[in-house]
Design a protein around this ligand. Structure first.
Ligand code: SF4
Length: 363
């Protein structure tokens, strides 16, 4: 372990997903997937914009059919984000996606039929060195491998991934990243650990079908946390049955927990109780979002600790360690800076007052 808790990262080959470096010592990137109908360009671009504001590095869109592939050109024109097309089985969709200018493909070369189709994709991808992610998960395992291992056990996931890798290597292509996602946390950890010892390609970490917001975040944090603490993982996605911006926030928080990203907005808030007469949760949430935005735009800005407390009885005491604090009253907040009460603001002006103090903050 290096000081600060960040593990020595596993050395991997670097690939580029558009402007985002993955592997080879690059920062671990955060990905998510849009949940709109890809054919609906306007809705998809609106969601990509939301994801981008949240701090996401790479976005993936599902390309289930030719209409979705046809929409990629307009989506590409509407965003500068690193854009990956997620394709199953149909190599023509992959060719269309490459032609539309996507920055990455997720496709399993073993599932598209013939070697000549793989070569066609490789030829189209190689000009811009567009990387291909081999994405194995427990649901997509080949029948013969599943039969040999008796199901989607870690060895089976790894063998499937290696088979796909060989197909690309035989076609002369090495712009590869790999994922081996199981829905079981321990199987996911075991599969990635095994694979990390066998290949030099960067790894995309995730747990498949992770679940709802809370359960999925916990499972993903458990699996990805174990791997990140081993130094494994070049890019991550927290899959949740929840809106994509929440996947991004969870991913960023996880990386911060391992010292792999700068700390975000440092907002603490009280759990609230019978004394609370203001919307503490709502204000804390809004403060966090505003400050995250501020720090994204001003990465070097100082990051004072902000406390949002429900009452003036215990609030100021509980917020002792904060640089800036507000403590609620009935429909209002008292504003404290470095422990001293400065003024009282109405509840609806508290966000602005806090953000103003943060912007003026000098360490
Ligand atoms: Fe309750 Fe006040 Fe403590 Fe919040 S700060 S939990 S409102 S006593």
């Amino acid at each position: 372990m290096k000081p600060g808790g960040a593990a020595q990262r596993r050395e991997t080959r670097r690939i580029m997903v558009g402007g985002v470096a993955v592997g080879g010592g690059a920062p671990v990137s955060v990905q998510t997937m849009t949940k709109t109908d890809t054919r609906n360009v306007r809705a998809t671009l609106a969601q990509i914009r939301e994801i981008e504001l949240e701090g996401c590095d790479i976005v993936r869109v599902a390309v289930p059919d030719a209409d979705a592939a046809a929409a990629l050109r307009a989506i590409r024109a509407g965003t500068k984000m690193a854009l990956v097309a997620d394709i199953h089985f149909d190599h023509r969709l992959a060719l269309q996606a490459l032609d539309a200018g996507v920055d990455g493909l997720r496709i399993n070369p073993g599932n598209i039929g013939s070697t000549s189709r793989v070569r066609e994709i490789v030829k189209a991808a190689s000009g811009r060195r567009v990387p291909i992610r081999i994405g194995v998960n427990s649901g997509s395992l080949e029948k013969d491998i599943a039969a040999r291992y008796g199901g989607p056990v870690p060895e089976a996931l790894v063998q499937s991934a290696l088979r796909h890798v060989r197909i690309l290597e035989d076609a002369g292509y090495r712009e590869i990243k790999i994922s081996v996602k199981a829905s079981d946390v321990r199987a996911t950890i075991a599969a990635y650990r095994m694979l990390a010892d066998m290949v030099e390609y960067p790894l995309h970490l995730g747990v498949t079908e992770a679940g709802t917001l809370l359960a999925g975040s916990v499972r993903s944090a458990a699996a990805l946390g174990a791997l990140l603490s081993d130094g494994i993982g070049d890019t991550i996605r927290i899959s949740l049955t929840a809106p994509p911006p929440l996947e991004v926030r969870a991913g960023l928080e996880l990386l911060r927990a391992f010292g792999l990203r700068k700390p975000g907005a440092s907002v603490i808030s009280c759990p609230t109780c019978g004394r609370t007469e203001v919307d503490v949760a709502g204000l804390a949430e809004r403060v966090e979002r505003e400050l995250e935005k501020h720090y994204r735009e001003n990465p070097e800005a100082p990051r004072p600790v902000v406390a949002v407390m429900g009452c003036q009885v215990n609030g100021p005491g509980e917020a002792r360690h904060a640089d800036i604090a507000v403590a609620g009253g009935r429909g209002k907040f008292a504003l404290y800076v470095r422990g001293r009460m400065r003024r009282v603001v109405p509840e609806n002006a508290a966000l602005e007052a806090i953000v103003e103090q943060v912007r003026m903050w000098r360490a």
